[in-house]
Design a protein around this ligand. Structure first.
Ligand code: C2E
Ligand code: CA
Ligand code: CA
Length: 574
């Protein structure tokens, strides 16, 4: 603008003196990469100068009427703004500028106008400069693109999705209709990313994103949130594009694999959470949150599924969040206690050992079952310090009781898969066993089949190491997991605990009884000890005795007891 002003000042000076400096003016114009249009109102002179042909080849402007020819040189939507600039004198303004796009569809031109008025406020001269600003404008376009779109998939990004969803919600509020949000997450995406590399992961995300983009319409907004997460908003008062339709189409697409540029074929499944305005939430962000929460439920129920929002799921979630927060505090303050449940040999009802079971009263004084908080602790990793505390505290108590009452019994400890998989697990455990001078033969680790799922060979080797140290291994909750009797054969275990669910049903359900019979029979043949869990009635006890189950644990013979009460029992036996 300054440059132009300078040229106008020059012109203005020339207006008074003229001719001798004309050469200089021409030089300035011609060395500039811009094009100029000069108008002298008093003498009705119109001139085009400098790089005119570069901007407007073949457009000759000889008088003021010709100026209108320039409208044909710009894209339609810029005709009006250009007209306002070219005839700026009508507004009595001195200068103004604007950016217009030429008909070629790629050149952006800045158009600056300056007018000289005489003392009577009539325009005497006008100069218009056209300057190519495509480079800056394209950078600007890129920034705008990045503000709205996700570069990997070309779908809308999260921020823009939230804005568009807010528009849908506003419309739905006015018209009393619904908006659905689908939260779509690729299952086990980490395995693809970690196992095959990020580039492969990115291509899967891209291809699936491309597929989802087919649903884009005035009523459906498709976005890529991040990594393997997509969000779709559907405002569909006519009901043509329903959640069901989109989910079915997704299922159909992913029933065959994606073919990547490397020639690899990758199959995926997705978990989808759905929340609707206004049922689930009234605000945009809450709506997305609700859809995400129910998506996690779909994952929890085995993945590759769709889950619709309902209030109990949200309540469960909120309760878990509250438990999680309180749990972190409890871990910090070591606010737990232990119960010990006796286990008996069926023959002679002799005490076999005790199982340590954790207890937690939250900050409001409410008992929270380990069946509820242990899975949460496993998810957020607090199971590691909790598990360490259980091991040390129970071994400390056990050592003291052994000394005091010299009762022969095993101490069983529940070991979570997360805890077991850590490389320092064995060293820590052994150092505690040594610290309290306990015989490793008296310590039994209860593990579940989940320990073996991810890395069977490595985890089985770990079991061998533990047994070499003299520890006992017991397979807990048998019958609830994969429970194949055939794989038990090679496992380095001593004991198998048959899950309570079989004990509960064996007397009333013929199939359960057959399974129970064969488990006990086979397991004995394999040389393992059997313990039936959750034995509550004499009938159950008698039946288990008749099929020669070795041991039982359950309310019939003993509930989990706090340490001081267990001591009373040991005192009697000692
Ligand atoms: P589990 O290892 O299968 O423990 C047996 C559960 O059954 C215990 O529940 C016990 O109180 C209960 N039980 C025993 N006999 C009977 C009976 O006759 N009837 C009924 N209805 N229940 C009986 P609890 O103490 O609530 O523990 C639940 C689960 O929490 C445990 O199942 C175990 O998986 C986990 N858990 C408990 N303590 C720990 C721990 O220190 N570490 C880890 N990792 N998990 C623990
Ligand atoms: Ca157990
Ligand atoms: Ca169990």
């Amino acid at each position: 603008m300054e440059e132009l002003r300078y040229q106008v000042d020059l012109l203005s000076a020339l207006n008074q003196k003229l001719t001798s400096e004309e050469k200089m003016l021409r030089l300035i114009c011609e060395t500039s990469s811009s094009a100029f249009l000069y108008v002298n109102f008093e003498e009705n002179i119109v001139k085009t100068l400098a790089n005119w042909d570069y901007f407007f080849p073949g457009v000759e402007i000889k008088d003021t009427k010709d100026i209108a020819k320039l409208y044909a040189e710009v894209e339609d939507k810029y005709v009006l703004p250009l007209r306002e600039l070219l005839f700026l004198e009508k507004t009595k303004l001195q200068s103004d500028s604007g950016i217009i796009k030429l008909k070629d569809g790629k050149t952006w031109v800045e158009c600056e106008v300056s007018i000289i008025y005489n003392e009577g406020n009539f325009p005497t001269d006008k100069i218009v400069r056209f300057k190519n600003v495509s480079k800056f404008q394209n950078q600007n376009d890129e920034l705008t693109y990045m503000a709205y779109y996700d570069v990997l998939t070309g779908l809308y990004n999260r921020n823009y999705f939230v804005r568009l969803l807010a528009d849908f919600v506003r419309k739905a509020e006015e018209k009393n209709t619904i908006v659905s949000v689908m939260f779509v997450d690729i299952d086990d995406f980490r395995k693809i990313n970690d196992g095959l590399g990020i580039i492969v992961g990115d291509e899967v995300v891209q291809q699936f994103g491309q597929f989802l983009s087919e649903f884009k319409s005035d009523y459906v907004v498709v976005s890529h949130f991040n990594a393997d997460i997509y969000c779709i908003a559907i405002y569909d008062p006519c009901g043509n594009r329903s959640v069901e339709y989109i989910y079915e189409s997704i299922q159909e697409r992913i029933s065959s694999p994606f073919l990547l540029s490397t020639g690899q074929e990758i199959g995926i499944s997705v978990s989808v959470g759905v929340a609707e305005y206004p049922e689930a939430a009234k605000s945009t962000l809450e709506l997305i949150n609700c859809a995400e929460i129910v998506m996690f439920r779909a994952k929890g129920l085995g993945k590759n599924a769709i889950q619709y929002f309902n209030a109990p799921i949200l309540n469960d979630f909120l309760q878990n969040v509250s438990i999680e927060n309180k749990l972190k505090e409890a871990v910090f303050c070591q606010n737990f206690t232990l119960n010990f449940q006796p286990q008996y040999h069926i023959e002679g009802k002799k005490l076999r050992g005790v199982e340590a079971l954790i207890r937690w009263k939250d900050s409001d004084g409410k008992m929270i079952s380990p069946a509820v908080f242990i899975p949460i602790a496993e998810k957020n990793g607090t199971i590691v310090p909790i598990g360490c505390w259980v091991i040390e505290e129970s071994i400390k108590n056990y050592a003291a009781w052994k000394k005091k009452y010299s009762v022969d019994m095993i101490l069983s400890l529940n070991i979570s898969a997360i805890q077991y998989k850590r490389h320092e697990f064995i060293d820590n455990l052994m150092s505690i066993i040594r610290k309290y001078d306990v015989n490793p033969n008296d310590i039994e680790l209860e593990i579940t089949e989940s320990v073996l799922i991810d890395n069977f060979i490595e985890m089985t080797e770990k079991l061998h190491v533990l047994r070499e140290y003299g520890l006992r291994i017991s397979l807990d909750d048998f019958g609830t997991g994969y429970s194949s009797l055939s794989y038990l054969k090679g496992l380095p275990i001593d004991t198998l605990k048959i899950d309570k669910s079989f004990v509960d049903t064996m007397l009333t359900d013929k199939n359960a009884r057959i399974i129970m019979d064969s488990i006990v029979y086979m397991v004995k043949k394999l040389g393992f000890e059997t313990i039936a869990e959750g034995v509550e009635t004499q009938e159950q006890f008698d039946y288990l005795k008749s099929i020669e189950c070795d041991c039982i644990q359950g309310y019939l013979l003993g509930k989990p007891l706090p340490g001081d009460e267990l001591e009373k029992l040991l005192m009697k036996l000692g």
